[in-house]
Ligand binder design. Sequence first.
Ligand code: SF4
Length: 336
Amino acid sequence: MSIILGKDDLAKYPFLEEAGTYIRESHFDLDDFNRSEFLHIIERATKRIEFALIQGKVFIDLEKYDIELFTFLVSLIMMKYIGEDSAIKKFSLLEAIRVERFLISDLLQEKDLRKKNLIISKIFRELFQLDVELDAKNKNLFKMNISDYLQRATPFNEVEWKLINRAVDNGYVYLDGDETVRLIRYEIYTLMYNRIKNMNITKIPEQIKLHATLVKNKLTPSIKYARRISDLPPCIKKALELLNKSENLPHSARFMLATYMLSIGKSVDEVVLLFQNAPDFNEKITRYQVEHLAGKKGSHTKYTVPSCCKLVNENLCYATIDCKGITNPIQFGRKK
Ligand code: SF4
C-alpha cells in the first residue's frame, strides 16, 4: 500500500511497524537515554507505568509523535526490567484499553474515509488478520464475516454478543465502532504482552533501570497481596484461578468474587482490575457493576457475600477441611 499513516496516528498507535521504522531511521542509540535531554521521556514513561500499575488507570495524555514513540519504547523496556508477570499483564491490559479509546474515536469521528479505511487496514487487517469493512451506506457501521465474528465473540458472556442478537445480512455481522474495537482487545493486549516478554536487550541504560527500580519498590503492597491469596477460601481461589486463565466465569461466580473482595476491604478499583483477564472484560461496565454491588450506585444497597449453602447449589463450592463449620466464605480463616 502506497499510502502511509500520518505522524499523529503513529503517536496513538506506536506498536505499528512504521513507528519502529521511524525509531530505527532516527539512528537513535539506547545509551542516549543516559543523557539528561532524555530524562523527561523516562519520567513520562514512569508516570505512564505508575498510572497503570499503582492507580489502575489508563494514561490518556497524548503528546507529539516523537515523544510518544520514545515514551512507549521506554515504558516497554522498564516493564521488561520490572519483570513481574502480573505487573506486565496489568500494564498490557491498560495499554490495550488506551489503544481502544483512540481507535474508537478514530472509527467514529474521522470524517476522511480514506484515512478511516487506512486505519482499519493497518490495525485490523495487517496486524490482526481481521477483515473489517465499512458499511456502504452507513459509514459508522462496520461489517465482518460471520466466522471471524464468532471466533472472537464466542468467549464473551453478555447476551448482546450472541449471534441471534446481532444484525446479520448476507454472511456478514454488523457492528458499531465500539463493538468492532472491543473484539480485538485481547489481541491488542497479547501484542503488548508479547512485545515486553520477547524483548531482548543486552544492556538497559542505567537511568531506565533506576526509574524502573523505584516503580518496582512501590509495587510491594500488591506483591504482598498476591502472597495472601493462599489464605482465601477455596471457592474464591478457584474463581481467581479461572480468571487468571482468561476463562469465562458465570455471573454467580463474578457476584461471589466481587462481593467477597469488597467485604474484605478491597476498593472498587482493585475489584475492577481483578476482572481484567475475563475474555469479555469491559472496564466501564465492570466498574458500574462493582460500584452497584458496593452500594455506590442504584439503590445504594451494599450486597453481601452469598452463603456457602447458596454457593453449593450454584456449583461454586470447592470445600476443603478448612471450611469445616463455616456458613459463609467471609468466615473462612477466622478461627486460624
Ligand atoms: S464451604 Fe463455603 S467457603 Fe468453603 S469453598 Fe465452599 S462456599 Fe467456599
